[in-house]
Design a protein around this ligand. Structure first.
Ligand SMILES: [Zn+2]
Length: 71
């Protein structure tokens, strides 16, 4: 009988975990997005919120485009 040794290499990742999950809110079985996605970059690229000339705009850090917030 062979011994069952649980060989599990512990990976010490040097990289920080992406904080994308913080931008999601899960309520029950629904996922609520706190942020809009960039229409140019597609899903996965979140937009930041900025105040520009009194208006709130979404700012994409990937393609550097600003999108006006629709109320
Ligand atoms: Zn973009």
């Amino acid at each position: 009988m062979a011994d069952k040794k649980g060989k599990r290499a512990k990976s010490k990742s040097k990289h920080r975990i992406s904080k994308k999950y913080e931008k999601y809110k899960v309520e029950g079985d629904k996922i609520i997005r706190n942020r809009e996605f960039c229409q140019k970059c597609g899903p996965g690229v979140f937009l930041g919120e900025r105040k520009l000339e009194g208006k709130t705009v979404y700012y994409c850090g990937t393609c550097f485009s600003t999108i006006e917030k629709k109320e």
